[in-house]
Design a protein around this ligand. Structure first.
Ligand code: ZN
Length: 271
């Protein structure tokens, strides 16, 4: 969802390259998934050497994002989590399943996105004595979202529906220009900070509540380097004691169930 025609063409082209590289005549679902990750995240760079310590920190960082994606209802579900470095310089990534094509965002979803962004760093804080520079993109993204909420979308208590920024120069430097006095600008910073701090507290709370999952998932990630959404859910359910949903193939059809019931009722009659 959200891909324009040219994006789809690019996706299928990458998938075709992948299929050709494996001497296949046809594009498989796996080719498309790999192409999707490559386009969205950048090609994985397995050749980069990473230390054991870095790997462990990254595993916790990504597990932090993933758990929050899972816990918050308007974002996620998780598609893939990986601690293999990417060509764009990231140490790993957590990718949600792309959602529906939507005309607009909601305040609740924007807040949840900020919470997810902060989750990586918070997981590091919870587990290690120190924090890394690995969260710079997350911090930038969270701040941009909070700032847009206050200045463009009328989502702050203090300013209500007052327009505080124009997006006219967005093609020049991709930043919204403030249209207010200096004093107001300082208050905007205060509002942005308070949104981020509130989201920080929420993220911290959720990760403390889910500490066992955080440990288990980062452990699995450290060992396997990549987790699919399915594997992620399996670990999660095990911890919470939620039974596995029946696989489609093992489910009995309506007729089979009816025959079972008949056999059983005959059995009960003492035959
Ligand atoms: Zn992160």
């Amino acid at each position: 969802a959200g891909f324009a025609g040219a994006d789809l063409e690019n996706l299928m082209n990458e998938a075709a390259i992948n299929a050709a590289a494996h001497n296949r005549q046809f594009i498989s679902r796996k080719d498309i998934e790999q192409a999707f990750i490559k386009i969205g995240i950048g090609k994985e760079k397995k050749s980069r050497l990473i230390s054991d310590e870095e790997k462990r920190i990254t595993a916790y960082h990504e597990a932090g994002h993933a758990i929050l994606f899972h816990e918050l209802k308007d974002v996620g579900p998780v598609h893939t989590i990986s601690i293999i470095p990417t060509g764009t310089g990231a140490a790993g990534y957590t990718m949600p399943l792309p959602g529906k094509d939507e005309m607009f965002n909601t305040k609740g979803k924007m807040l949840q996105n900020i919470i997810v962004s902060l989750g990586g760093r918070i997981a590091e804080e919870l587990v290690f004595d120190d924090v890394t520079t690995g969260a710079s993109q997350d911090i930038k993204q969270a701040t941009q979202t909070a700032r847009a909420m206050v200045t463009q979308y009328g989502m702050s208590d203090k300013f209500g529906m007052m327009c505080l920024a124009t997006t006219e120069n967005q093609y020049l430097d991709n930043r919204a220009g403030l249209i207010c006095g200096e004093e107001t600008a300082a208050q905007i910073d205060g509002e942005v900070l308070s949104i981020i701090n509130k989201c920080y507290d929420d993220a911290m709370q959720l990760l403390i509540e889910n500490r066992e999952s955080l440990d288990k998932i980062s452990e699995y990630l450290y060992e396997h380097e990549t987790i699919t959404g399915k594997e992620f859910m399996k670990i999660f359910r095990e911890i919470k004691g939620i039974p596995e949903p029946e696989e489609e193939s093992t489910k009995k059809s309506f007729m089979e169930q009816a025959m079972d019931a008949e056999r059983q009722s005959k059995g009960n009659d003492g035959e």
